[in-house]
Design a binder for this molecule. Structure first.
Ligand code: KIV
Length: 268
């Protein structure tokens, strides 16, 4: 039995090796994903979309997250190879550092190894405080689904010079405050590559091209069972003759070998 740690993911970046991440929300899939060799599981608030059938992640509650993180932690604990588990902080549960500490306690006690939340420079004090208290933080820039209405829809972010420069500055500031990992969602490949070079923390992309340190996809999307397939998604189940275990293993190998994402899954 081996457990993937944050230091291990950091070491992969230092060695220029890619890492893989998938979302999971229950014990059975968590065990399958873990045993397939995937490095990280994200218990994402995307559960609002794929588990609850909501249009956005906004309705997801802290209780929802605690329940699904606990289920995933049980599945990972039963696996031979154990993924690192990241737990999302839901909408409006980290408005102040104090509120974020209470939310982080719930997420970590449910079984996560690291917490993730969405946003840039307004979170610096929160990240500093969590880091001082021994909580590892994954930041999330680009398309931040909890702000989808303010962003005017699910759109690629950082296309113009000004927003691109802000994103680069935010990424550096988040790292300086203590963030140990970064998710970049729906960001032009060139910008994602630039950010990945500019920071030492591992950067995982979703719709951010191949030149980041790792990839993350929503499980239901890569299995081809979500009703809508975004440009950045590949249906690995179709490429694995309908076998779930094989689809997850194929995803992991394709990420490691930089065959996924291809140009057709990326934004220029
Ligand atoms: O909630 C989620 O699944 C996420 C990923 C899309 C990165 O944040």
């Amino acid at each position: 039995m081996s457990k993937t740690t944050i230091s291990h993911i950091e070491k992969l970046k230092a060695q220029d090796e890619k890492f893989s991440c998938l979302t999971a929300y229950d014990a059975t899939f968590a065990q399958v994903i873990s045993d397939a060799g995937v490095d990280v599981i994200l218990v994402g608030d995307s559960l609002g979309n794929v588990i609850q059938g909501q249009e956005t992640t906004v309705p997801v509650t802290l209780e929802d997250m605690e329940y699904h993180i606990a289920c995933v932690a049980n599945g990972v604990a039963a696996a031979e190879r154990q993924c690192l588990i990241i737990g999302d902080m839901p909408y409006m549960t980290y408005n102040t550092p104090e509120e974020a500490y209470a939310t982080a306690r719930s997420i970590m006690q449910a079984g996560a190894n690291m917490v993730k939340f969405e946003g840039g420079s307004w979170l610096l004090d929160t990240i500093r405080g969590l880091t001082e208290r021994g909580v590892a933080v994954c930041a999330h820039l680009g398309l931040t689904p909890q702000s989808v209405d303010a962003l005017g829809g699910f759109k690629v972010q950082g296309r113009d010079q000004k927003t691109a420069q802000t994103m680069i500055a935010d990424a550096k500031a988040l790292e300086q405050a203590g963030a140990r990992m970064l998710v970049l969602e729906c960001v032009p490949s060139e910008l994602a590559a630039q950010i990945t070079q500019a920071v030492s923390m591992p950067v995982m992309g979703i719709g951010a091209g191949v030149d980041v340190d790792g990839q993350v996809l929503v499980l239901h999307d890569m299995l081809g069972i979500s009703p809508f397939q975004a440009k950045f998604v590949r249906n690995f189940m179709a490429d694995a003759n309908g076998n779930i275990q094989a689809a997850v293993e194929l995803y992991h190998n394709e990420v490691k070998e930089m065959n996924f994402p291809a140009q057709e899954h990326s934004f220029e």
